[in-house]
Design a protein around this ligand. Sequence first.
Ligand SMILES: C=CC1=C(C)c2cc3[nH]c(cc4nc(cc5[nH]c(cc1n2)c(C)c5CCC(=O)O)C(CCC(=O)O)=C4C)c(C)c3C=C
Ligand SMILES: [Fe+2]
Ligand SMILES: [Fe+2]
Length: 344
Amino acid sequence: MQKNKAKTGVLLVNLGTPDSTATGDVRKYLRQFLMDGRVIDFPYIPRWMLVNLIIAPFRALKSAKEYRKLWTERGSPLLFHTQDLREKLVEKLDMRQYEVEIAMRYQSPSIEEGLKKLNKANVKKIIVISLFPQYASATNGSVVDKVMEIARTWQIIPNITFVNNFVDHPLFLEAWAELGREMMEQEQYDRYLFSYHGLPERQIRKGSVDGYCQLSDKCCANYTKKNQFCYRGQCFHTTRLIADKLGLPEEKVITCFQSRLGKDPWIKPYTEDIIEELAKEGIKKVLVFSPAFVADCLETTVEVGEEYKEEFEELGGERWDLVPSLNSRDTWVECVKDLVEKNT
Ligand SMILES: C=CC1=C(C)c2cc3[nH]c(cc4nc(cc5[nH]c(cc1n2)c(C)c5CCC(=O)O)C(CCC(=O)O)=C4C)c(C)c3C=C
Ligand SMILES: [Fe+2]
Ligand SMILES: [Fe+2]
């Protein structure tokens, strides 16, 4: 009986990465990524000019150099950790019930290829899990947009379920807590920094319900019905939940935002400013979590693990330790399994 039963398709989607570290491939990736109207949310013509005449030509060279520091024999960590996550998930799920594919929002393997494979397998339903724990229009929103752009061309559209965010999933939090504990067994730290990917403030305001979010510590300090989808509010919430699990004293925990692009204000505090403040205070040992990412990538390994470390040490800091990402760690795989099963 089981044999003829239609399966449920699962699509695990991460951000994407260049196909290689060649400057041309990095430029192609940056163009596709930044021309997404949910990432650079300007009207088409100004966006096209900004991306194609300013950002991509200049940034591609610099980014390609950084990607070379990150690249391994298996290619980009973001991609191979997503492949490993899929393999481990397949081992844990009842595969008589599921078809699992991975996709990248930008570059390859594309969402189109992933959906095509699931469609060919005649799945009765598709669960799309964007691998971004906190909702942002630029990430999870963009994945929904792309999936619907493709599905709307199909004659038959199966049920499609999207996981909007998983900030408070107990296994997501436990996986981070396990990693934190492993680091804290080796060393005692003066401060615990939670550095998230940044976002233009404008994008938070656009999504603010009844003008609730004023980008202050007051609104984002609470996680309520009104700011349940506010990226900044969700980041503060993630920090609190992980810090609580680890029993970290509130006064030693800091939430901040990295990777600002362009001149417009991005959400604060900026990680660079916090590094300076910590050094001025004479803080010597910092443990850094990056819980906006579920896999090691350029933003964690190079930006936090190398560039920020260098800055902190130049200013007199002694230890700047980055907690590795979830990658394909067992508790994280269990979390994804649970997201699949709860949404089936
Ligand atoms: C955590 C989720 C992410 C959000 C939110 C996000 C928003 C966002 N990003 C840019 C610009 C860039 N991001 C870049 C790399 C990058 N971004 C994320 C995740 C989020 N981005 C990841 C996982 C990565 C790393 C990818 C990898 O291959 O390892 C880059 C490219 C790298 C570089 O040139 O520095 C850019 C550019 C914007 C503008 C934005 C929100 C509006
Ligand atoms: Fe980004
Ligand atoms: Fe807020």
